[in-house]
Ligand binder design. Structure first.
Ligand SMILES: Nc1ncnc2c1ncn2[C@@H]1O[C@H](COP(=O)(O)OP(=O)(O)OP(=O)(O)O)[C@@H](O)[C@H]1O
Length: 633
């Protein structure tokens, strides 16, 4: 630490060098490298150079708003003229407003000083779109010079001309001419921005940003003149009835958002002063996919891709809204994540929830059509929201052993709801359960387990039970003493043959009759199976590590193959005395039930499949040769 003796007195900064000389310190001001700032804006702040259109429209609108605070009945108007350059020269743009104008001192204070804004710290600040004092700089992204001619509403102030250049210099002069109060901004297109100055592109940009501003905007190009303002979806005439409004909104969705939406309804939130409409997407959206919402701030387009406006579960909804008080970021392309935004998000979520509840009560057919496409986000909402859950759970669709059914349909087949918590288990259970007339829900999909577990909590009179494949097998019809005798050898041989695959065998009777075998694996056996398969495919080091893990597995890690004595093939197999043939057949039945249950085959099982098929062909050929031989005799 040292102290520097300067002419301001002693400073106590922790400076790591010694200094006992006297230093002359002069007071200086930061210099701003305007070109660097412009590059920063265009490369990092704004997503498109088109934003200069938005910033100019916004300034004109704010100037008119400012004038209206003094002259309430003042009719504001913005006139824009776009002209192609003469003799191949650059195109020019003039944007003229009849707003409050600027005096010479205001030009120095606000136009010529970056970061100063006449809209900060004033009572009407809430009414303005601008606030940061940097927006005008965006014009330097497309033009090397900004020329402004302005006349303040203050009668004593003369008209002023200001010319600012991208190198940071400017000129200012008072004009000895009579002008109406207001401001004209002139831009000359830079060569690399000429496309933005073409009448079509400019008009498209002006419409995109300014079509819903309350101030009339007239764009002139050559002999054509156009008023670009259009009725915003949040401000349709109150004379329209609900059906007419809906049709207008759907038409807006078709023309502006390019989609035929499934439905549309109004949404609003006091927090953030949000008002607009929410569209139901006609296509299923996946949870991570965020919807791009179109959000306007006091009628000016902020962005077409705001995603933080609705709760995350509402990814099936796309909205078009206007906000009067959410705070935009400096780029004006998103909003500050603050308390107001989170309250608005919650309230808008409430609106969507309320809409779905209304449908549930009064428009079931429409709700069914929506559920058919958007059941996933609706399930997500039901998991989190108990009231909503109680209302919609009965209508939500599930995959079951009896096909796709709503929960109410499942309850009609059996008041006890049975579900299988994983997809793997469901695959094993479903055909057997179906044959026995059981409705078992596959709760292996996202949200389904949570929804079903919530059922007895929301409706204490309802019962819900997790079905285990082993429970199902235990409930199979046992064999009679005589049948047990007749199948004893088959059961023993099958047990022996399947031993290397960690699978035991038993013979029982179950439905469906067409199913000769059922492979059942519990968690422990599935785990062991995957360890052993990995061991077969991996290198020595890993194989021995996995071997140690496998050694600790217990006897419960055995899967089970149940041979169905109701099935004619199994009955015949029990009567055959050729052990080799029976062994081969059991191996093949084992492989077949693995494939039916979608269990991946390990290398050992794949080679078993190959050998088994060949073996059976051999048996078949041998059998037919023998019978041919007998015929010749
Ligand atoms: N058309 C206009 N009429 C009157 N004053 C204007 C006009 N355009 C710009 N100004 C003045 O220049 C100032 C700076 O404008 P600029 O667009 O850079 O920032 P802003 O609009 O204040 O804020 P933001 O950066 O948020 O847009 C404004 O605050 C305003 O005082």
């Amino acid at each position: 630490m040292c102290s520097i003796n300067c002419n301001q007195g002693n400073c106590d900064y922790p400076i790591r060098f010694f200094c006992d000389r006297k230093i002359e310190v002069a007071e200086n001001k930061f210099q701003v490298n305007l070109r660097g700032m412009i590059a920063l804006l265009s490369d990092h702040l704004y997503s498109t150079p088109q934003v200069f259109v938005r910033e100019l429209l916004q300034n004109a609108h704010d100037a008119i708003t400012a004038r209206q605070t003094h002259e309430r009945n003042h009719q504001g108007e913005v006139r824009i003229e776009i002209a192609s350059g003469q003799k191949g020269g650059p195109a020019t743009l003039t944007i003229q407003d009849n707003g409050i104008g600027l005096s010479e001192s205001e030009v120095r204070e606000f136009l010529a000083t970056i970061g100063n804004s006449s809209k900060q710290g004033v009572l009407e600040a809430e009414d303005y779109l601008g606030q940061f004092g940097i927006g005008l700089l965006s014009a330097f992204v497309v033009s090397d010079e900004i020329a402004v001619v302005t006349k303040s509403v203050n009668e004593n102030a003369p008209a002023v001309e200001w010319r600012g250049r991208a190198d940071g210099s400017y000129t200012l002069r008072t004009l000895d001419i009579e002008l109406e109060p207001g401001t004209q901004v002139f831009l000359r297109s830079r060569e690399d921005a000429s496309e933005l100055f073409s009448p079509e592109n400019f008009l498209a940009a002006a419409r995109r940003f300014g079509a819903h501003l309350p101030t009339p905007i007239i764009v002139t190009s050559g002999s054509s003149q156009e008023l670009i303002n259009e009725e915003p979806p949040w401000g349709l005439p109150s004379s329209l009835n609900a059906q007419e409004q809906r049709e207008r909104w759907l038409q807006y969705g078709r023309e502006t958002l390019g989609t035929d939406f499934l439905d549309v309804f109004p949404i609003s939130s006091e927090a953030g002063g949000v008002e607009g409409v929410a569209y139901l997407s006609p296509r299923a959206a996946s949870a991570p996919a965020k919807q791009a919402h179109r959000v306007y701030l006091k009628g000016m387009l902020v962005s077409e891709s705001i995603d933080e406006l609705l709760p995350s579960w509402a990814f099936f909804v796309r909205c078009v809204v206007n906000t009067t008080s959410l705070k935009p970021t400096a780029s004006r392309e998103s909003f500050l994540e603050n308390q107001q935004l989170s309250e608005a998000r919650e309230t808008l979520g409430e609106c969507i929830r309320g809409y779905l509840l209304q449908l549930a009560k009064y428009e079931r057919a429409k709700l069914d059509a929506i559920l058919a496409i958007h059941h996933l986000p609706i399930k997500a909402l039901a998991v989190d929201d108990d009231d909503f859950y109680r209302i919609v759970i009965g209508w939500l669709p599930f995959e079951t052993s009896l096909g796709r059914m709503t929960l109410n349909e499942c309850l009609r087949t059996d008041p006890l709801i049975r579900f299988s918590p994983t997809y793997d288990q469901f695959r094993q259970i479903s055909s057997v359960a179906a044959a026995q007339g059981f409705c078992v829900i596959n709760a292996g999909f996202t949200y389904d387990s949570e929804l079903l577990e919530k059922l007895p909590v929301a409706f204490p009179e309802r019962r819900c039970e997790q079905v285990d494949i082993e429970q199902l097998v235990d409930a199979f019809e046992p064999l009679s003493l005589e049948e047990r005798d007749g199948t004893h050898d088959l059961a023993r041989l099958a047990d022996l043959v399947l031993q290397p695959y960690r699978c035991s065998a038993q013979v029982q009777k179950f439905s469906p009759t067409e199913l000769p075998t059922l492979y059942t694996a519990n968690d422990a056996s599935t785990f062991l199976r995957s360890i052993e398969q990995t061991q077969e495919e991996t290198n020595q080091l890993w194989s021995s590590i996995l071997g140690n893990v496998a050694e600790n597995a217990t006897a419960s890690a055995y899967a089970q193959l149940t041979l169905n004595y109701n099935n004619p093939l199994i009955k015949r197999l029990a009567e055959i005395s050729d052990k080799n043939l029976v062994g081969r057949a059991v191996e093949m039945l084992y492989i077949q039930s693995l494939l039916l249950g979608h269990f991946p085959l390990g290398p050992k099982e794949s080679s078993l499949l190959g050998q088994g098929v060949l073996g059976l062909i051999e048996y078949a050929l041998k059998g037919s040769q023998e019978s041919e031989g007998r015929e010749h005799e």
